[in-house]
Design a protein around this ligand. Structure first.
Ligand SMILES: Nc1ncnc2c1ncn2[C@@H]1O[C@H](COP(=O)(O)OP(=O)(O)OP(=O)(O)O)[C@@H](O)[C@H]1O
Length: 469
């Protein structure tokens, strides 16, 4: 039996937790304020504390600091219905073991209690997070974003490489900046690099630097961004676009903490924390041989996935109001304008929403934003036409028509099946070969076929592939 302390001013939550605790055979004490919780913790030992953030009087995060020395390592679970990034960071910094978002279900709590009580581990070290006076810039209250805040808070104080993924415009760079700001490296440089914006032939010298005269046009020695990030955080945006030969070199730097500028025979030390980002499917690129698997595993020690704006519920409204308030003049949204904003698909995510609001603010001169002030919405691009229901139906219908016609004509010794393969295989093989630049072995892996069979079919259909790999 364990002794639990619940600090929450909501009677229904206290009642639910008390019933659950009893059912599990634990003793549960309730405090309806932080002050009462601290008083109880000062008089008796507890095995676990569940602490709400918003409380009358002292708030939960302030109470956490005072509770910590009284608990002798007993885990604290922070509960909140209003999680934002600074709350999550404060909770981790104050030594909370878990951060729970309300509403929660009791099965979730049951599992958590079992885990924490079984651990009986050493107290979590309060994370040594750097406090910043700047605002985080990350607006959001949806559950999906609170999960993101929690993950930023958990990883910030470590040195782990972080891979941030999400569609374009979802805020990957803002997340990278927040990780830097809450890390011990916050006083060091934050160096953002967009690989896709660099000329592929210059990626290596931009990252690793070069000596004077090391290639045509290298009139001056260049320090390189990996050295510029020494002591701070390097943010590699569009990391999937790093050319393969440079990937090997980057992995070496991550493993050994040193770089060798182009044209130089000498290495230089650099210690940076790496946060990378991509909107692409990196595991798929690894599978097709376009991205090194060893580098991939190094980059994604910790992953944060940003949801698209359309999956963030009320955050759309919150963000629209946030961007409007940045104008510094009183602006309101007419109800139908807000309805329009909420119903749009926003393929360009927060970047698109931001520019739509900026556009509307220019057009709306009298302080009220109407739907007609919003720019026309962009049609959602079909990322994978063959996978959409319509396209599939069309292909199936055409195939059925073809089959019915051919079956009528075919004799008993026909080669109907071979005929169908000749129809469908060449375009598929062509598409795959194009994707993997004619490499037969990679094509075979993507297709899930044996390499010899693929080679045979390429010859049979007279397609272009690399001779030897
Ligand atoms: N949660 C948020 N709150 C407030 N502003 C945001 C949020 N997320 C993104 N933004 C804003 O949206 C714009 C795009 O953000 P950002 O550049 O971080 O996206 P990204 O995912 O890195 O985009 P890309 O993949 O195209 O590089 C920026 O102006 C940023 O300030």
């Amino acid at each position: 039996m364990a002794k639990l302390l619940v600090v929450d001013d909501e009677p229904s939550i206290c009642w639910g937790l008390k019933q659950l605790g009893k059912r599990l055979g634990h003793e549960v004490q309730i405090a309806s304020s932080a002050e009462q919780g601290i008083a109880l913790a000062g008089t008796a030992p507890y095995d676990l504390v569940m602490l709400d953030v918003r409380l009358p009087g002292m708030d939960g995060l302030t109470a956490l600091k005072q509770l910590h020395p009284l608990l002798h390592g007993a885990p604290v679970v922070i509960m909140t219905a209003h999680g934002d990034l600074s709350t999550a960071v404060e909770a981790v910094r104050g030594g909370a073991r878990e951060y729970l978002l309300k509403p929660f279900d009791l099965t979730q709590i049951e599992q958590l209690l079992a885990k924490l009580l079984a651990q009986k581990a050493a107290p979590a070290e309060p994370a040594n997070l750097h406090r910043s006076s700047q605002t985080d810039g990350l607006v959001g209250q949806s559950l999906a974003m609170q999960e993101v805040f929690k993950r930023i808070a958990l990883v910030a104080a470590s040195e782990a490489c972080v891979l941030v993924s999400g569609e374009s415009g979802t805020g990957k760079e803002l997340v990278a900046r927040a990780i830097h700001r809450y890390s011990d490296r916050a006083s060091g440089p934050f160096v953002p690099v967009n690989i896709a914006a660099l000329n592929p032939s210059l990626v290596e010298s931009e990252l690793f630097g070069h000596t004077r005269g090391s290639f045509t046009g290298a009139d001056h020695a260049h320090e390189g961004l990996l050295l510029a990030a020494d002591g701070g955080t390097l943010f590699l945006d569009e990391v999937a676009d790093i050319p393969l030969p440079v990937q090997v070199k980057l992995l070496r730097t991550l493993d050994h903490g040193e770089v060798m500028p182009v044209g130089s025979g000498q290495t230089k030390k650099t210690r940076f924390r790496l946060v990378s980002a991509t909107h692409q499917d990196l595991p798929a690129l690894v599978a097709s041989g376009q991205f090194r698997h060893d580098l991939y595993y190094r980059l994604c020690t910790f992953q944060i996935t940003l949801p698209p704006l359309r999956d963030r519920g009320d955050d759309v409204q919150l963000l629209a109001q946030h961007f409007a308030s940045m104008a510094g003049r009183a602006l309101q949204f007419a109800p139908e304008a807000m309805k329009e904003i909420r119903s749009r698909h926003w393929p360009g995510n927060i970047r698109e929403l931001r520019s739509a609001i900026e556009h509307a603010m220019i057009v709306a001169r009298d302080g009220v934003i109407l739907s007609e002030h919003l720019p026309a919405s962009i049609a959602v691009p079909r990322t994978s036409p063959a996978n959409t229901g319509d396209e599939r139906d069309q292909i199936t219908t055409r195939l059925r028509e073809w089959a019915l016609a051919r079956v009528k004509e075919a004799g008993e010794t026909g080669e109907l099946y071979e005929e169908l393969l000749k129809l469908v295989e060449p375009p598929l093989l062509e598409a795959v070969l194009k994707k993997c630049k004619g490499q037969c072995a990679t094509a075979a892996r993507i297709l899930g076929m044996h390499r010899t069979t693929v080679r045979k079919k390429i010859d049979e259909y007279g397609l272009q592939a690399e001779e030897e790999e």
